[in-house]
Design a protein around this ligand. Structure first.
Ligand code: CA
Ligand code: CA
Length: 247
């Protein structure tokens, strides 16, 4: 599969290399989508990589924001996987196996596949790809889920069924990583910018605010004050949120 590497003014092709019976996946580069191609020495997944030592094939490559995703069929081990890197040069990068944090097709007939980015409403998918952020279980990602997430943000989840209280990456807590994931899922399901719009709507009219809403309002108040000087980053918003929770 060919993907455009805009940052490096080139094209990338994820290939299966079977030389010497290796059956691993590497990246090739070219100035043109039509080639000629130069294959990188670096192995992303498969024998010789640090991610999967069994045979792999069927790669599909995609970049979202600053992250490259390489999906692969680890048919030697019997699963579909995905590895990511944020390196500016993915042909000479350290890749991370994020399969355990992803929702991948399973079953005996799940092989290969091609990935592409598309608006959720354009392909008529339901909530399934983002269902981890549907904390209320109503097959929607909306205000109710945010209120539940924010209520348990930075809380000890050891006595709870953690995924239902905002532990979206399965490491037993509801922290900044989970916050970023919730924000991305919310925007992916409702449209880019919808998370910020939802927060803004809380600032103007909430009939009988719960404790969680009060926290959110405090969060937004800090955001508004800082916004007069400059637009805060997501990380700085989180710091303020964390500060409000500790009051
Ligand atoms: Ca929900
Ligand atoms: Ca977590």
């Amino acid at each position: 599969m060919v993907a455009q590497d805009v940052a490096n003014d080139r094209y990338l092709m994820a290939i299966k290399d079977e030389q010497g019976g290796q059956k691993n996946i590497r990246l090739a580069t070219s100035a043109s989508a039509l080639g000629p191609w130069s294959t990188s020495d670096s192995i992303v997944v498969g024998p010789g990589s640090g991610i999967e030592e069994n045979a792999t094939e069927g790669p599909s490559l995609l970049k979202i924001d600053d992250t490259w995703f390489l999906y692969y069929d680890a048919y030697g081990a019997g699963y579909l996987g995905v590895a990511t890197t944020n390196d500016s040069d993915p042909t000479n990068a350290t890749w991370e196996n994020v399969t355990a944090q992803s929702t991948m097709p399973v079953g005996p007939n799940a092989h290969h596949g091609t990935v592409f980015a598309a608006p959720i409403d354009a392909i008529a998918f339901d909530i399934l790809p983002f269902s981890r952020s549907d904390l209320s279980g109503d097959e929607l990602i909306n205000l109710d889920d945010w209120l539940k997430f924010s209520q348990y943000h930075l809380s000890d989840l050891s006595e709870l069924d953690a995924p239902l209280y905002g532990d979206l990456d399965g490491d037993g807590d509801n922290d900044f990583t989970d916050f970023r994931t919730f924000q991305k899922d919310y925007d992916a399901y409702n449209g880019n910018g919808s998370f910020q719009l939802m927060l803004s709507s809380l600032a103007v009219a909430v009939p009988e605010p719960s404790n969680a809403v009060f926290l959110t309002l405090g969060y937004l108040w800090c955001f508004a004050r800082r916004g007069r000087r400059s637009r805060p980053s997501v990380r700085s918003l989180h710091r303020q949120f964390k500060s409000n929770r500790n009051v």
